[in-house]
Design a protein around this ligand. Structure first.
Ligand code: KG4
Ligand code: ZN
Length: 373
């Protein structure tokens, strides 16, 4: 089965083509995933709009929409070329998938409408995909060579699991009882963790996206224990009994401290780097504490991370260390770095598992506020 997937929920225009080989064995496989023999990523194109949004320190939805409109066709052509598909009129594709939400509504509609046009042209059904579920399943895309190899997986081995999805738009703790069975335990009440990185980086005069910029500044200080004298940022809601998060207070604390400093200090490397360490650590502390609590409360087999913020090396490392210390018999999954941030390979993979839900193009709608259910 070959699936072409389109992802335009935020500021990356992504198209990927995945080939799924199914076991031909006569043995009856009990679950869909057991039948899967090989996943090959034929192409995975990501066209970033970072340069455009950089000036504003965040994503402008209407501008992002316009860029998606410009980029979709060239990205499709690139994806076809990389996959070695030459026939544009009737390509060898079985399904076309698109992110239906959550995300920025104008951006989602651009991708979905493009998908509908292609589905109509190629006479294919569309598999609508939830972006958050795709960030979770991205853990099963593991390239081991330049040709992108597959990993066979059996979900049962990992379930139930606590999934932490942390991106620019979301911070959610999700209980995954079975494949396709998700329950949101908690989420951010204001800013998402990635948004907090983006906004605080902007205050400090660092680049966009803020997450990698703050991580790079923090990494310049070798000893992460070093702090600004007598200063530490709040860890909002770290001891609250629920599984919710709040990051806007952290951003405000950074702003207040920044305003207190004179212009020389504000620009000094020492201040920016020490502040970056502290911001990163405050976010990591809260995410780890809440996730470990949920894993213990629900006695799960696995902790699964996903989303752009998981590209943060310090977060991955500290999560690993903490799990080893506190929950040594629990499995810990993080996606390959390239599949943490938005990509369409994760959309195609998720679509494979939902291929029974493929619909006619006329019945596909965007759901920007869609929650994982
Ligand atoms: O998943 P994603 O690509 O898009 C959304 O679905 O939002 O996540 C983007 C977010 C941005 O806020 C960005 O600052 C953050 O992920 N991010 C990082 C890192 N790389 C990207 N945050 C912390 N450390 C990183 N290395
Ligand atoms: Zn995302």
């Amino acid at each position: 089965m070959i699936i072409l997937a389109i992802e335009t929920s935020c500021d990356d225009t992504c198209i990927s083509i995945l080939k799924f080989k199914v076991q031909s064995s006569k043995l009856k496989a009990t679950t869909q995933n057991l039948k899967l023999k090989e996943i090959k990523i034929l192409s995975n194109i990501v066209s970033s709009q970072v340069e455009i949004h950089k000036k504003y320190g965040g994503v402008y939805p209407t501008m992002a929409k316009r860029e998606h409109q410009k980029n979709l066709l060239p990205v499709l052509k690139k994806a076809f070329k990389k996959a070695g598909i030459k026939n544009f009129i009737k390509p060898k594709i079985d399904f076309i998938a698109a992110t239906k939400g959550p995300g920025l509504e104008p951006c989602l509609w651009t991708g979905v409408n493009f998908t509908k046009a292609l589905a109509h042209l190629w006479n294919l059904k569309i598999i609508p995909v939830n972006h958050i579920e795709a960030h979770i399943l991205a853990n099963w895309l593991s390239p081991v060579s330049s040709n992108f190899q597959f990993s066979i997986f059996n979900f049962q081995k990992y379930l139930p699991a606590i999934c932490l999805v942390v991106s620019g738009g979301h911070t959610q703790l999700i209980l995954m009882r079975d494949f396709g069975k998700y329950k949101i335990l908690g989420e951010t009440r204001d800013d998402a963790a990635g948004e907090c990185f983006d906004k605080t980086a902007r205050i400090l005069g660092l680049g966009y996206p803020g997450g990698p910029a703050i991580a790079a500044e923090a990494a310049k200080i070798k000893n992460l224990k070093l702090k600004i004298k007598n200063f530490s940022l709040p860890r909002p809601m770290i001891y609250s009994k629920d599984y919710d998060f709040s990051f806007s207070g952290l951003k405000t604390a950074v702003l207040y401290d920044f305003k207190k400093q004179n212009s020389k200090t504000r620009k000094s490397k020492k201040y920016v780097q020490a502040m970056s360490v502290e911001i990163q650590q405050a976010v990591i502390d809260v995410l780890i504490k809440k996730t470990i609590k949920a894993a213990k409360d629900y006695k799960v087999k696995t902790i699964i991370l996903g989303g752009g913020v998981v590209a943060n090396e310090e977060l991955r490392k500290q999560f690993g260390e903490k799990i080893k210390k506190e929950l040594s018999n629990i499995q810990y999954l993080t996606p390959n770095i390239q599949f943490c941030t938005d990509n369409a390979a994760m959309i195609a993979l998720t679509a494979y598992f939902h291929n029974k839900e493929a619909k006619d193009w006329k019945n596909i709608k965007v759901n920007a506020n869609l929650r994982t259910n």
